[in-house]
Design a protein around this ligand. Structure first.
Ligand code: FPP
Ligand code: MG
Length: 294
């Protein structure tokens, strides 16, 4: 029996879901599921029980998302900082992850789990990967750009989250998806994660809908600005090339167009080659990790 898919929405929930779905809907939501231990304390149960109920809440939330047509969810399950917690708690969380991950894999669902993750580590790793590409001669240093960095992140196969939700009243991002959420709707809710409800999720989506046109505008102008910067730098490089080749005064716009095209297709080819090499490098690293831990 599927453990995410089981259970339907109530009649009232379905009714409200249909109203919400008439507006612009998020395609991807990220959660910082915070407040498990405060919940455990409040209910006078063991910490581990708080985390376990937190996990059950995740399964329930995925079901709501599925019902609302939200195709992708990313959760912050364990940050690198969390290793500083007591050995007992870390061991408990690892055990919970071991048990639940197997089940999650069986579900073949739309969930990205960030485990032993911090965003700054992810970003600096992406920068190192690009430096490696330049060192190996796969990339030119002029190929290094924000778009290429996007492609080197662990999230390169996902669209950026439309909404980032943090529960428990904390109003920090705690090093989670810093790069990916610059145009996301950030929603901080006071509820503790194990108490999260369908209505809390609807409230977050409503906030997204109210701000949707502003967010979309900001995203579009960022994309435009990126394109403009790339074109400007390509044009400057072409002018430099013409100067080097003694045709600095050339007003031949067709020659300029040809050189511009050559430059961008050359970059595209290098970037593709680099990304394939990077994928192979990551696969080899994962295989070595698998051998070392077996
Ligand atoms: C934050 O609450 C929660 C965590 C650090 C762990 C989150 C893990 C789960 C919900 C279950 C495991 C999930 C998977 C996908 C295996 P907190 O411990 O910081 O509580 P507090 O803020 O009240 O101290
Ligand atoms: Mg916390």
């Amino acid at each position: 029996m599927s453990w995410i898919r089981e259970g339907e929405l109530t009649l009232l929930e379905r009714f409200c879901a249909n109203i919400i779905k008439a507006g612009p809907m998020p395609k991807h939501i990220a959660f910082i599921m915070d407040g498990n231990r405060r919940y455990a304390q409040k209910c006078q149960v063991e910490r581990q029980e708080g985390h376990s109920q937190g996990f059950d809440k995740l399964a329930e939330t995925l079901r709501w998302c599925l019902n609302l047509g939200i195709r992708e969810v990313t959760v912050y399950a364990f940050s690198i900082e969390n290793f500083k917690r007591s050995k007992n708690e870390v061991d408990g969380l690892m055990e919970l992850a071991r048990q639940k991950f197997t089940r999650l894999m069986e579900e073949q669902c739309f969930l990205n789990v960030c485990f032993a993750y911090t965003s700054r580590h992810e970003i600096s790793n992406a920068v190192k990967e690009m430096a490696w590409g330049v060192e190996q001669g796969l990339l030119d240093s002029s190929d290094v750009s924000e778009s290429l960095l996007d492609k080197c992140l662990y999230t390169n196969n996902s669209p950026n989250p439309d909404i980032l939700i943090r529960t428990s009243g904390e109003v920090r991002l705690s090093d989670f998806l810093l790069w990916q959420t610059s145009h996301s709707c950030l929603v901080f809710q006071p509820i503790l994660w194990p108490e999260y409800s369908f209505w809390n999720l609807c409230e977050a989506i409503l906030q997204f809908q109210v701000n949707h046109s502003m967010l979309q505008k900001a995203r579009d102008s960022y994309v435009e600005e990126r394109k403009r910067q790339q074109l400007e730098s390509d044009q400057a490089a072409v002018t430099e090339q013409l100067l080097r080749e003694g045709c600095g005064s050339s007003r031949d716009s067709q020659l300029r167009r040809i050189l511009l095209h050559k430059r961008s297709s050359g970059r595209e080819e290098r970037v593709q080659g680099f990304l394939q090499a990077l994928e192979r490098k990551r696969e080899e690293w994962l295989a070595r990790l698998g051998t070392a831990s077996s």
